[in-house]
Design a protein around this ligand. Sequence first.
Ligand code: GTP
Ligand code: MG
Length: 377
Amino acid sequence: MAGQAPDWIVRQFTKQFEEKSRSLGRFNLAIFGKTGVGKSTLVNAIFGSDLAETGIGKPVTRDSHLYLHVSGCLGVLDTRGLEIGRDTGTIVGELEEFVSRMRRLPLPEQLHAAWYCVRSTDNRFEDTEEEFIRALDRLGLPVLVVLTQVPFANGRYHPAALELAASISRRQLPLHGEPIFLTYAREDTFHGYQPHGLQALLDATFRVAPEGVRNALTAAQKIDMGRKRADAHKAITAAAASAAAVGAVPIPFSDAAILVPIQLAMMASIAVIFGVRIDRATAAAVAATAAATAGGRSLVTGLIKLVPGVGSVIGGTIAASVASGITLAIGESWMAVCGRIARGELSTAAGTLDASAVREAFMAEFGKNVKRGLSKS
Ligand SMILES: Nc1nc2c(ncn2[C@@H]2O[C@H](COP(=O)(O)OP(=O)(O)OP(=O)(O)O)[C@@H](O)[C@H]2O)c(=O)[nH]1
Ligand SMILES: [Mg+2]
């Protein structure tokens, strides 16, 4: 029964997923710093490895040295073949052109923040770097300065890194009141260094990014599950309310036809927020779970209608609470599954999502959540 889903459910989920992805827009980050300081490693640590794997991105215009990598709701702009210091003028000139062109475009096409990266072990920060940061600020880009590869051991930062951060701070750069961020992006087993400082950098990026792209940033990043859960909860609460409204109407309706689309839209939102890639097999698995739970819903209301008196007196109210309770349970269950997918679980050996594992995990969660969902509502 959970194995197959009607085709319309699969199609509708896929369509909803595409719509939700589109409406989320895109968060665009510009990342600068000298060659090899750890820009790509940092981006991968916070946003996942997709961007590095999908290669080089596209130059923003022909002959431009600015490259934009786009993956879902994230865009990353960086430079190729130019060095800050030697080519500061050229980079700023190209950026200026790019920024003025995109100002006329909708928000998801614009640049929203910049990270300027300095490798802590280089122990220096040059005047040309300061000039470059001031130029970014004049272009209207909020800049955060990030020290990369900062050793942190026994509860202490490397003193040389602290000194470098202090010397940069003394330059009074326009940094929106934000500190210099000390980070380490990827574990080093030889020295025993662990990643650190990534959450603080992400939080600051949320603070300086325009309100209108924060949902896209939440979906794009992969280190802060709390933010994802908070956004997913909003989608769940809204869907549960819509389901209750549907359930409260005391006219005959088909559960599958009216409630399932609400639940599919909710599931699509959650998948987008958690950055789950939806191919046909996954869509089919999701649709199968939705179809199965829709069956469960009819069953519950069917049972209620059998209780003498209850159905006729407060049947509408009960239907409303059942509809919202089931929707809550679906939302919570799917969110838990998406969290696991985001952590890299539920994949096949080939790295693609294991559709039957996804379905099983969902049904197990749903079994736990449905009673709670019904008693809560
Ligand atoms: N262990 C560890 N290695 C790092 C870290 N950051 C950078 N590296 C290493 O430093 C080297 C350069 O890092 P990248 O992220 O490629 O530097 P980049 O700034 O993107 O370099 P370009 O794109 O060439 O300008 C790589 O070998 C990384 O593995 C880190 O936080 N931890
Ligand atoms: Mg790189």
